[in-house]
Design a protein around this ligand. Structure first.
Ligand SMILES: [Mg+2]
Length: 321
């Protein structure tokens, strides 16, 4: 017999996080605890409005599976009880955390992977005036980050990119437009990014316009984020995207994320590993996926004024294990 509890938490950010869809000043997460034999497994998720989720909708979904989870339903069955999304992520990760503790293992050991001593990752530049983005890029670079992820919206593309590239000419740059661009002008923008040495462009167009990418010669790899949640989308992404961004809040947990990472790799997609604004609890659950990833973007907790325990050891541009 298990017990399941869940509750929302709010974690203030030290700096507003601005992307094309809007600005955030706090990370709002929902935590799930599943207790068995005096041991508590913990999972965390970030409800995301873009995917039709709210704190309330996630709590309703969690309430709907509490009885089943308390009657020892397995992770495999959970995949059929809830759709891919934040609520399933928190339950799935709580079950993994419980299982690893019951087996006296780390999560990586339980999954069967070896983690490096240091995980190099992107630091994210949120949208701001070009000179302030350039200044933030330089500060990240001087603090040790070598991979920078630049959030953009539909304006000041050249100004922002040239300012950043001039400030940190040796940094590896990736760009995320979060669906804010349109097919018109996409080619010229991609060429600008390619000319500046940008190594990847994430989700330039709204997900429903993916077919535009099919006959578009990409001068740099394009990565599906909002367009890729689970293995189900992979067939439609072929020929449109070269990469997929895997996040546990989209896959609905580590169980599906591992299957998606394997299948995407087998089908020739390069993998990026991403996150929402979350605490170290949400990131720890994703670490078994790092060996699949060309780019790792797990800097969510670095935006928090204070992180949840157990803290991962973040430095600028890396996590030390
Ligand atoms: Mg993205």
């Amino acid at each position: 017999m298990r017990m399941m509890h869940f509750y929302p938490e709010s974690w203030p950010l030290h700096t507003p996080f601005v992307i094309s869809r809007g600005s955030r000043t706090e990370a709002r997460v929902v935590v799930v605890e599943i207790e068995q034999d005096g041991i508590t497994g913990v999972g965390e998720c970030t409800p995301y409005a873009r995917y039709g989720e709210s704190e309330q909708s996630v709590i309703v979904q969690l309430a709907s599976v509490t009885h089943a989870m308390e009657h020892d339903v397995s992770r495999e069955i959970l995949q059929q009880l809830l759709p891919a999304g934040a609520a399933r992520n928190a339950v799935d990760c709580a079950l993994w955390d419980l299982e690893r503790q019951l087996n006296n293992k780390t999560l990586a050991e339980l999954v069967g992977v070896t983690l490096p001593a240091r995980i190099d990752m992107a630091q994210t530049l949120s949208i701001n005036e070009p000179e302030l983005m350039a200044q933030a890029a330089l500060e990240y670079w001087q603090a040790g980050a070598r991979l920078l992820k630049i959030k953009l919206d539909d304006s000041l593309i050249t100004e922002r990119m040239v300012a950043i590239h001039t400030a940190v000419p040796d940094a590896t740059l990736i760009v995320d437009a979060n669906e804010s661009w349109q097919p018109e002008g996409l080619a010229a923008r991609c060429q600008l990014l390619a000319d500046l040495g940008v190594v990847m462009l994430e989700q330039p167009l709204p997900a429903e316009q993916d077919s535009v990418l099919q006959h578009f010669i990409h001068p740099l790899p394009i990565c599906a984020d909002e367009s890729c949640h689970t293995r189900q989308q992979l067939p439609a992404l072929k020929d449109n995207y070269e990469m997929v961004n895997i996040k546990l809040d989209k896959t609905g947990g580590l169980t599906e994320a591992l299957l998606l990472a394997q299948q995407a790799s087998d089908q020739g997609f390069a993998v990026m590993l991403g996150c929402m604004l979350c605490t170290s609890r949400g990131i720890a659950a994703a670490l078994p996926l790092v060996s699949f990833a060309r780019f790792i973007d797990l800097d969510g907790p670095t935006w928090l004024s204070m992180d949840a325990a157990p803290h991962l050891k973040y430095r600028c541009g890396s996590i030390t294990l």
